[in-house]
Design a protein around this ligand. Structure first.
Ligand code: ADP
Length: 397
């Protein structure tokens, strides 16, 4: 029997999962997969460590009535049925917001869940799903140890000034500060950077996590100094559906002149803006890149322009730039977006090797470049598995 750690990353309509052997995490996941399109047209895909597809089993019965709770119950049944040699020992979850109190992962308890529920308004499109997944696992596998790993934790090392808004002090004191997100992805990058750039990894590095959600982190000594997301995951870069940084006066205008309420504004900012809002076509960079519609190109242009401005802004927080790393769906796959962003940064000394960039190579700057530019696939699940193992072993599970 192989003791294993189940890693879950629950989104609004998807559940990504991975299974790691507890005794040898560094060998990588035994299984990885996801259920997408939950509550509409659910699809299941998964593969083993060698990249081979694995049986669909009970997931073939999913339909639009299959809820997230059903999906988690099915996942545990599926693992039990098709991988009888595995014993799930603990489950680790991505939880987007850890608030003021968590600079590292935490074992799930009732008290912890209460504390994390209070943060739902700060991450309305992520936190409810993350917490629901913990509840569904508890219902399907009572007694299984669970660990919450926060996207905010990595940024607890940010400079004090980088955390502050210029708001009255009592708001700052009660926690209206810049937390930052995508911390599990940045922690992974901080871990693997020395393999790729040696001692430069301890220098001035900006990581651009460009996926459906997008943010950047400026690091020094492989610790977060400043990041583009703030109090919520709305701030900073333009994203698939989210607007990114916006003049707060726009919100006053929407309320006072357009009579919009909080729920309507939340929908506008989180779901109807970004690439989707500007293009009027899609939130998907891949779709926009192949579209001939004029607003599709403008959406890409704005995405890249805003990303380049953020690199330059973050470089100030670390007094320069030794390496720029692209990751996540757009960062890892869109040669065009990387080329456009880097073209805006040529004045800073950022240069690309066009062939290496076209191939999504690891090193995409020319040999001998002063600023290394890299493409490194992220692996948030590996970070969650490690944290889950560390906490459950130390808790004597
Ligand atoms: P998340 O995990 O936050 O849902 P991902 O990291 O998977 O998001 O990133 C999704 C984004 O990556 C989408 O905008 C998608 O279009 C983009 N993407 C994925 N592959 C490509 C590609 N080959 N070319 C351009 N964009 C791509």
């Amino acid at each position: 029997m192989t003791k294993a750690i189940l890693v879950l990353n629950a989104g609004s309509s998807s559940l990504k999962f991975a299974v790691y052997p507890e005794a040898s995490l560094s060998t990588g996941a035994l299984l990885r997969g996801q259920v997408a399109g939950i509550a509409t047209e659910p699809t299941f895909s998964a593969h083993d460590a060698a990249g081979n597809r694995v049986p669909v089993g009970c997931f073939a019965q999913m339909d639009s009535a299959t809820g997230s709770d059903d999906v988690i119950r099915m996942l545990l049944d599926w693992l039990h049925t098709h991988f009888a040699g595995l014993k799930i020992k603990a489950a680790g979850h991505r939880v987007v917001h850890g608030g003021l109190h968590f600079s590292g992962p935490a074992l799930v308890t009732d008290a912890l869940l209460e504390e994390l529920k209070a943060l739902v308004p700060l991450a309305p499109i992520h936190q409810p799903q993350n917490l629901a997944a913990i509840g569904y696992v508890a219902a399907s596998a009572p007694g299984l140890q669970q660990v919450a790993c926060f996207d905010t934790s990595f940024h607890s090392t940010q400079d004090p000034l980088a955390k502050m808004f210029a708001l009255p002090r009592d708001l700052t004191d009660e926690g209206v500060i810049r937390y930052g997100f995508h911390g599990l992805s940045y922690e992974y990058m901080a871990d693997v950077l020395p393999e790729h750039i040696g001692a430069k990894a301890e220098g001035r590095v900006i990581v651009a996590h460009l996926g459906s959600g997008a943010s950047m982190c400026a690091m020094k000594d492989r610790r977060s100094v400043a990041t583009s997301m703030g109090f919520t995951a709305l701030d900073g870069l333009m994203m698939g559906r989210r607007c990114g940084a916006i003049d707060p006066g726009v919100l006053l205008y929407l309320m006072q002149e357009k009579g919009m309420g909080a729920a309507e504004i939340e929908t506008l900012l989180y779901r109807e803006s970004g690439l989707l809002g500007v293009s009027g076509i899609s939130n998907d960079m891949g779709v926009l890149e192949t579209s001939t519609a004029p607003h599709a190109q403008q959406a890409i242009d704005l995405f890249c322009f805003r990303a380049a401005r953020e690199v330059a802004s973050l470089a100030t927080t670390i007094s320069g730039l030794d390496a720029l790393v692209f990751t996540a769906g757009i960062g890892e796959n869109s040669a065009k977006a990387r080329a456009d962003i880097c073209a805006h940064l040529k004045w800073m000394g950022v240069d690309l090797d066009p062939d290496a960039n076209a191939q999504n190579a690891l090193h995409i700057s020319p040999q001998g470049a002063i600023i290394d530019v890299l493409v490194i696939p992220t692996d948030e699940e590996a970070i969650i598995a490690r944290a889950t193992q560390a906490l459950t072993v130390s808790a004597g599970a």
